[in-house]
Ligand binder design. Structure first.
Ligand SMILES: Nc1ncnc2c1ncn2[C@@H]1O[C@H](COP(=O)(O)OP(=O)(O)OP(=O)(O)O)[C@@H](O)[C@H]1O
Ligand SMILES: [Mg+2]
Length: 308
């Protein structure tokens, strides 16, 4: 994600977007949406092609783009390009129009691959909005050096839009097998809107009512999604498990693989190995990884746990 608005560096890309949502003029929205379509469609992003896509007169589009450029949402030169806050803005506008997002709340977490913000809906419900930022670091370098080619920009948009779609579709399927994943309420562009869970990362080693029971719930959830939907998280660890001390939720699914993946068994064993290691280290509850694998695959009983 490019770093923008250097003069307002205390605001994140998402906060910049939220602050602008009420202020864009109709011709700016039109120009921005048309620019996005050109960028995704790999067409050149000249003002002429943006005008063609938007169906608006060229002078109106050029005016819209220059206003967007003043707001540091769009870069202009020989061709036009979208900056990070512009993409956030389009997604926030989508949720605002649907009344899912009335106000942007606190930053819940800044991960390697996403930012997660709390949002408040018009009805007063709280959601977690996950905005994908894959390639954030290298993209920032690209933008800083001002050598960003339209091809790289396309790749950034495509990769992040695809990750969001993939996570939304995964969560929709997963909910058929378990309640221990967040409900995905909606998706738009590089974002997914999730039910906000009342838990903390297991990695923070919260106090658990019964550590053995929590481990069992995690492993049974892995089994339910494996046997029910043929799905494996592939990146499971204490960082992608939330708990309120009793219940658990398995989060972060864009990299999931199916049971028929060539490395399926290996990835499942790695997921379970990470969980087993963490419970042994963090809570003194040990389980044999291979026995957990057999349990998940349906070829063995739940293993005897050793505590101490
Ligand atoms: N539905 C949710 N409700 C509450 N908090 C959430 C929710 N989804 C994610 N979070 C918070 O955001 C963090 C990052 O989410 P997630 O793991 O899905 O993204 P990520 O980019 O892979 O992050 P990381 O690189 O740290 O693994 C989580 O560890 C959790 O603290
Ligand atoms: Mg994660």
């Amino acid at each position: 994600m490019p770093a923008l608005r250097p003069s307002a560096s205390t605001l994140s890309s998402t906060e910049v977007a939220a602050s602008l949502i009420m202020h864009l003029k109709p011709e700016e929205w039109q120009a921005l949406r048309a620019l996005e379509r050109c960028t995704l469609g790999k067409a050149t992003t000249s003002a002429e092609s943006i005008a063609k896509v938007s169906g608006q007169p060229l002078d109106r589009v050029v005016f819209g783009l220059s206003e967007l450029n003043k707001r540091r949402l769009v870069g202009s030169g020989r061709t036009y390009e979208m900056y990070g806050p512009a993409v956030d803005l389009l997604a926030l506008k989508f949720y605002a129009d649907k009344d899912y997002a009335h106000a942007l709340g606190k930053l819940i977490a800044k991960g390697k691959e996403s930012d997660v913000y709390e949002v408040l809906s018009g009805k007063g419900d709280l959601y977690a909005l996950k905005l994908f930022r894959l390639g954030r670091t290298s993209f920032r370098d690209v933008a800083r050096k001002r050598h960003a080619s339209p091809r790289q920009l396309n790749t950034w948009l495509d990769v992040n839009y695809e990750a969001a779609r993939r996570e939304f579709n995964a969560l929709t399927r997963l909910r058929e097998a378990t309640k221990n994943v967040p409900v995905a309420v909606a998706t738009n562009r590089h974002t997914v809107l999730l039910e906000e869970l009342p838990g903390v990362r297991l990695a923070t080693r919260p106090e658990l009512v019964d550590a053995e029971d929590v481990l069992r719930r995690v492993v049974e959830t892995v089994r339910d999604v494996y046997q029910g939907q043929g799905m494996i998280n592939g990146d499971l660890s204490e960082y992608n498990i939330l708990t309120d001390g009793e219940r658990v939720w398995l989060i972060d699914w864009p990299q999931w693989v199916g049971r028929d993946h060539p490395n399926a068994r290996e990835l499942m064993a790695r997921d379970l190995g990470a969980v087993a290691r963490f419970f042994a280290r963090g809570y003194g509850v040990a389980a044999d990884r291979d026995e957990l694998v057999r349990f998940v695959a349906g070829t063995g009983p739940f293993p005897q746990l050793r505590t101490g």
